[in-house]
Design a binder for this molecule. Structure first.
Ligand SMILES: C[S@@+](CC[C@H](N)C(=O)[O-])C[C@H]1O[C@@H](n2cnc3c(N)ncnc32)[C@H](O)[C@@H]1O
Length: 316
């Protein structure tokens, strides 16, 4: 489709990647397409300001301004502009230079204006961060303590909370699932659970560690203490699963074993997204192939020096 008709028939969104995720363009685009899937979103390969880097583009049929309400759910995008055709400006008087207008852009010879639809509220995001949250943790003596800023037990199977951007990414990668419950089977201290609840999902969660049961139940999700290899749900009853299993090598068997049960409980058309340690990815890819899951995303990510991979599939 030519540029003019693309902008005329659809709204073109310029999505600015979160600075910490500048290299994760394909992942961020997959996330945005997941979140906006029911609006007929597509991701053109190029667009205005490409020379700046750190951007991707989303085309939405019809009027996007009225559909901006969902954008604050994005995890890997920090701001979104709408590209609007602008009237040509008269040339400056002789001997004068045209004043620079940061809201104007020329693209393929045409003038456009950038209208900011949404920008991340860094302070509000900071308040939701795992190290600010209060979590009810059961101690070895059976007492329940309200712990602020719980960062995990420091053990190899640690339950530290996932940063909000990554939790939102996983939730959005499963957003095109059919209607039905969302599950995090390795729920930890509920980073993914909270973002799924905030996006309006009906959320179930499990963790094998009973010390987390009060805190996870307090999120508003339906929680049960369970091993992800033996989930207490019927076959085909879960529409979407997003999770971050333990990265430790001691958990390798549990993580690979869990995939079979995740595939069992996932409904036809259901979506599964996993953030795993890079070394776990090969085993998960192979197991998913054997289980008949269709891959939709497979991308490495560098999370402050920890090499991880985001994998997503659909149950066909
Ligand atoms: C990396 S943490 C998840 C953190 C979570 N994404 C969050 O944001 O809070 C992994 C969790 O998996 C749990 N776990 C380990 N083995 C398990 C198993 N076999 N079944 C279910 N949960 C398990 C651990 O207790 C731990 O809480």
């Amino acid at each position: 489709m030519c540029v003019k008709s693309l902008v005329a028939r659809s709204a073109l969104l310029i999505c600015h990647l979160h600075p910490a995720r500048r290299k994760a363009r394909a992942v961020a685009a997959a996330e945005a397409l997941g979140l906006l899937h029911d609006l007929g979103a597509s991701a053109p390969a190029g667009g205005p300001l490409a020379e700046r880097g750190g951007l991707f583009w989303v085309a939405l049929p019809g009027d996007a301004g009225s559909r901006a309400a969902r954008l604050p759910r994005l995890g890997y995008t920090a701001a979104v502009d709408l590209l609007e055709p602008a009237p040509s400006r008269p040339p400056p008087a002789r001997g004068r230079r045209a004043a620079a207008d940061p809201g104007s852009v020329r693209w393929r010879g045409q003038p456009y204006r950038l209208v900011r639809l949404w920008a991340e509220d860094a302070a509000a995001l900071r308040e939701r961060a795992p190290d600010r949250r209060v979590f009810a943790l059961e101690t070895a003596g059976g007492q329940v303590r309200q712990v602020r800023g719980y960062r995990g037990d420091g053990g190899p199977l640690g339950r530290r909370g996932l940063p909000i951007g990554d939790a939102r990414l996983l939730v959005n990668l499963t957003a095109s699932a059919p209607a039905g419950p969302f599950l995090d089977p390795f729920a930890g201290i509920g980073g993914i659970v909270l973002e799924a609840l905030a996006s309006g999902r009906r959320v179930l969660c499990c963790d094998v560690d009973p010390a987390l049961r009060h805190g996870l139940a307090a999120t508003g999700a339906r929680h049960c203490v369970a091993d992800a290899r033996r989930l207490p749900f019927g076959a085909g009853t879960i529409a979407a699963i997003a999770t971050e299993p333990p990265y430790d090598r001691a958990a390798e068997g549990a993580v690979l074993g869990a995939l079979a049960d995740l595939a069992r409980v996932l409904a036809a058309g259901g979506r599964l997204a996993i953030l795993c340690a890079a070394w776990q990815a090969a085993g998960l890819r192979r197991a998913a192939l054997d289980l008949g899951l269709a891959p939709s995303l497979d991308a490495p990510l560098d999370r402050k020096g920890t090499e991880v991979v985001v994998l997503a599939w659909q149950r066909v």
